[in-house]
Design a protein around this ligand. Structure first.
Ligand code: C2E
Ligand code: MG
Ligand code: MG
Ligand code: MG
Length: 295
């Protein structure tokens, strides 16, 4: 009995600590947002045909004054719980559209086919979300067709309201990508209701896909999923992106399976916008040099 009581006390104080930590993080997020501590980094989306950058995924980072650069896994869940994901997501969306329009102005209309921020389910349920997207496009001058919103399957699955919003965005010309495809619960039935334009093959099917020793069921299964997803996408008229490519063998294997766009550390890490600008400039210079001199 005595021990049971002690356990209870320890349990209760543990819960209290967790609740306090959550409240603290919520307050910190609010402060960080007001202080302008959030940054957007960009990870290249790369053509597996040419090796050239065709777009970028936008990923948020928190430049915390004491904790340094904090990764989204450590604050997105708290931002979703507290609702702060709505103003944070609005910031990411606006900043991404502004940056994409600047790249297009500098490097021309062929440089960047798409820019892709992530959107959380809480944002889809925010009554102002569609207006926020419209305003971000109008204020930046970015055309809707170059904006891709990345959503996870679980986000999309949550209800009719979210689906209505997605159809409205689709009708505006904004493209929707199903992120981490294949890891959700009902990927296939979802594709019927959801106006997706792009599916992103999850990294878990790319890890180890380059190994094909006979009798390695795990690698065989990954290849089977990767092949099934590309066939499904082809049949439904969807584009694909293979995520989490970490070496050339994986890129080659996916390319042979039919994937034409890839993303991953091997093709480019998430970096500040200046580094993407430098990559565009280097590629433009290379294209200029390989062009025969004008007569
Ligand atoms: P995600 O949307 O699936 O983004 C891909 C994540 O995989 C990124 O992690 C990226 O850095 C990482 N990654 C890319 N290539 C590789 C690779 O080759 N190997 C490995 N090991 N990892 C790779 P990050 O930036 O830490 O973001 C994690 C997740 O946080 C994202 O997953 C996304 O769901 C969420 N997130 C990021 N930014 C935002 C945002 O602005 N809003 C919302 N709602 N969620 C965000
Ligand atoms: Mg994503
Ligand atoms: Mg992803
Ligand atoms: Mg992911």
């Amino acid at each position: 009995k005595e021990r049971g009581k002690n356990n209870w006390v320890r349990y209760a104080s543990g819960m209290e600590q967790a609740a306090q930590a959550h409240a603290r993080l919520g307050g910190e997020l609010r402060r960080g947002l007001d202080a302008g501590e959030f940054r957007v980094v960009y990870q290249p989306l790369v053509s597996l045909d040419t090796g050239r950058i065709i777009g970028a995924e936008a990923l948020v980072r928190w430049a915390h004054p004491e904790r340094g650069l904090v990764s989204p896994a450590d604050f997105i869940p708290a931002a979703e719980r507290t609702g702060l994901i709505v103003p944070l997501g609005r910031f990411v969306l606006r900043e991404t559209c502004r940056q994409a329009a600047a790249w297009l102005a500098e490097f021309g209309p062929d440089a960047l086919a798409k820019v892709a921020p992530n959107v959380s389910v809480r944002q889809l349920h925010d009554p102002d979300f569609v207006d926020d997207v419209k305003a971000a496009l109008a204020d930046s001058g970015l055309c809707a067709e170059r904006l891709v919103l990345e959503l996870t399957e679980s986000a999309v699955l949550r209800g009719a309201q979210a689906l209505r919003v997605l159809h409205e965005l689709h009708d505006m010309g904004v493209r929707l990508a199903l992120d981490d495809f294949g890891t959700g619960e009902s990927s296939l039935s979802l594709l019927r209701a959801f106006p997706a334009a792009i599916v992103k093959l999850d990294k878990s099917f790319v890890d180890g896909i380059e190994f094909d020793e006979l009798g390695t069921p795990a690698a065989d299964a990954r290849q089977a999923v990767a092949r099934a997803v590309i066939q499904l996408a082809g049949a439904l008229g969807l584009d694909t992106v293979a995520e989490g490519i970490e070496n050339q063998e994986q890129a080659d294997r996916l390319h042979r399976l039919g994937y034409t766009v890839g993303q991953g550390y091997h093709l480019g890490r998430p970096v500040p916008p200046e580094e993407i600008t430098a990559r565009f400039a280097a590629e433009a210079e290379q294209a200029r040099r390989s062009q025969p001199a004008a007569a």
